[in-house]
Design a protein around this ligand. Structure first.
Ligand code: 13P
Ligand code: SF4
Length: 377
């Protein structure tokens, strides 16, 4: 039914260490990141006050992902911003009246915000905060892959560059990928999928869609281990397993719920179990624990017999976001995201389609032919 999976070359994430200016290096699987030094409690309080003041002065709002430091999650919410999954980050930034968005997360999140709001100033704490999926899908190779499959609808995950998005027909995040691919399949589309092979494989198994796939993966979720997870489950027989679909198939197979970061949060709130094992970045634990005080959350195992490194289940690039840099970029206007306007206009098309589709989904069922209708718009 499908062509052979497309393998990509291994990507070297290493960066020259002489670029470091303080902080420490997370060298997990060669992923290079400048992890900020944790400020003291007094410094943190002062930085938070400063950020609150600057947000008002600069007509700015914070848009944070669930994987960043708890301070950046709480401060975003306390100041009228948002902490959410990547889909809601995009929607919130587009719809908010602020003229400056401070996006704490990784680069593709800032770029998506800029593409959706070219008139706004989008700042990020650290412009080097990237993603292994984005790095592993360079646009020239991706274009060649698309050229080799001209009969397929190109569906691209949000964790990609603006240039890759600009080549796609549809953008998806993990919270809507299943619904969008299912609707495309129902309307007769064959799919070219990029870049995450685990998410792609999950969607293929669930929908039966005809998909050819890029071979990228997330360096964090790729490390979750099914064998060790089963052992942990034996020690905690009542625990429910919550899994992000960027995880390997054998881990997804053990899940009681599979979903985006928001999907995981919803599942934890709705299920009446007292104990959960969570296979996603451990930045997620902050919200899971604060919103579910009577429940216990355990991290799914990463480093086991078959592990190639001792992963800490925390994205080294998400870890680059810190209070000090949020204050600095608000004060100085540094680290502004720029996207070429023509490229941005083309890249906006698949993002708008996704947002139109998910808005329709929220109101109830998606009418037949909606995909064709949105695609033609
Ligand atoms: P979500 O869209 O689920 O927030 O995921 C983004 C991400 O980078 C997961 O690793
Ligand atoms: Fe990318 Fe994985 Fe980090 Fe998410 S957790 S930003 S997919 S490297």
């Amino acid at each position: 039914m499908t062509d052979a999976a497309q393998a990509i070359k291994a990507v070297d994430y290493e960066q020259p260490q002489d670029e470091l200016e303080g902080g420490s290096v997370c060298a997990t699987k060669h992923a290079w990141a400048r992890v900020p030094v944790e400020p003291s409690a007094t410094e943190r309080a002062a930085l938070k006050d400063k950020i609150r003041r600057l947000l008002k002065e600069k007509n700015a709002v914070m848009v944070s992902h669930y994987y960043v430091h708890p301070d950046l999650q709480d401060l975003a919410e306390d100041t009228g911003g948002i902490v959410s999954d990547s889909l809601e980050m995009a929607r919130f930034g587009r719809d908010h009246a602020a003229t400056t968005l401070v996006v704490s997360g990784v680069r593709f999140m800032g770029e998506t915000s800029k593409i959706l709001s070219p008139e706004k100033r989008v700042l990020m704490p650290d412009l080097d905060a990237t993603c292994s999926l984005d790095l592993g899908c360079p646009v020239d190779a991706f274009n060649a892959f698309c050229d080799a499959h001209p009969d397929r609808t190109v569906v691209v995950y949000a964790n990609t560059s603006a240039a890759v998005k600009a080549r796609s027909d549809w953008l998806v995040t993990s919270s809507c990928a299943l619904d969008i691919v299912k609707a495309l399949k129902d309307e007769g589309h064959k799919i070219l999928w990029a870049p995450d092979r685990h998410l792609g494989g999950y969607i293929q198994r669930e929908t039966g869609a005809d998909m050819v796939m890029w071979g990228g993966s997330c360096i964090v979720h790729d490390e979750f281990k099914a064998f060790e997870l089963q052992e942990l489950l034996r020690e905690h027989p009542g625990a429910k397993v919550l899994v992000h679909p960027e995880s390997p198939a054998a881990v997804v197979a053990l899940a009681d719920a599979v979903g985006s970061t928001s999907g995981i949060l919803n599942a934890a709130r709705q299920m009446d179990a007292k104990e959960f094992i969570v296979a996603t970045d451990n930045g997620m634990m902050h919200k899971l624990r604060t919103l579910n005080p009577g429940k216990t959350f355990l991290e799914a195992p990463t480093a086991g017999n078959s592990a190639t490194c001792k992963s800490c289940a925390h994205c080294p690039w998400m870890a680059m976001n810190g209070l000090l840099d949020v204050a600095r970029v608000l004060e100085t206007g540094a680290n502004e995201i720029h996207v070429d306007p023509a490229l941005g206009q083309r890249a906006r098309l698949p993002i708008d389609r996704m947002l139109a589709f998910t808005a329709a989904l929220k109101t109830g069922s998606v009418p037949k032919g909606l995909v064709a209708h949105i695609g033609a718009a």
